[in-house]
Design a protein around this ligand. Structure first.
Ligand code: 3PG
Length: 213
């Protein structure tokens, strides 16, 4: 059903959460992430440029797994898929969006932080939950407590994950991948030079290799 999507997320290990204001930054951003060893981008619908950035990456960067993030309603979800998004991530659980994705076989990772919400995911046969904002909802200890009950369910923490703590998250088997913005902060590429993005992505990719082999 997932067509290897979860496996791809696990292999990448760290999913960059990308916020782009300008379409012309889409391709260099994708290239920097691929070069750094993180061939995935969750392009967030926090900016007006999101759908166009997804389209650029989907058309011009075959090596990156491009998806949409911060999708809060079905309209955004449809625009993302139309632009070429291979997956949808949401900061919460919107039933209409989840229903549509399941019906159309679109990969979706909704978010949840409570047992009741996670049960809603499990009862839709969704095996992976985004855990956001991870730092405020118990962090790694919170995930471990939930994972001990929801055996086999896996988590993608975002919110406060960074270079310093990513190894802690990656060392937990219940975590399919960690996500975040730390390698794609706007100040890193404001001058049009994406080499700093690539360097921090490479550090994260090294952490994935170190902990996941
Ligand atoms: C997200 O959309 O998942 C968050 O922006 C990630 O949080 P971060 O900015 O703390 O990495």
């Amino acid at each position: 059903k997932q067509n290897g999507f979860y496996e791809q997320v696990e292999k990448t290990g760290v999913v960059p959460v990308v916020v782009l204001e300008k379409v012309e930054d889409a391709v260099p951003m994708a290239n920097a992430l691929v070069a750094g060893g993180l061939p995935a981008a969750e392009v967030t619908f926090r900016t007006a440029a999101a759908a166009d950035c997804i389209r650029e990456m989907a058309e011009k960067c075959p090596d990156i797994l491009v998806g949409a993030g911060t999708v809060v309603n079905l309209d955004q979800c449809k625009r993302a898929v139309d632009a070429g998004a291979k997956f949808i991530v949401s900061p919460g659980y919107d039933m209409a969006t989840v229903d549509w994705c399941i019906e159309h076989e679109v990969n979706i990772i909704p978010a949840a932080v409570t047992p009741t919400e996670i049960m809603a995911m499990i009862n839709r046969d969704l095996d992976v939950t985004k855990f956001f904002p991870a730092n405020l909802y118990g962090g790694l200890a919170g995930i471990k407590a939930l994972a001990s009950v929801f055996v086999g369910h896996r988590f993608m923490p975002t919110g406060g994950v960074n270079t310093d703590n990513v190894r802690d998250f990656l060392s937990c088997d219940a975590i399919i991948a960690a996500g975040g913005t730390w390698m794609v902060k706007p100040n890193l590429f404001a001058d049009g030079d994406f080499s700093r993005v690539e360097a921090i992505a490479a550090e994260a990719a090294a952490a994935v290799r170190e902990l996941r082999g």
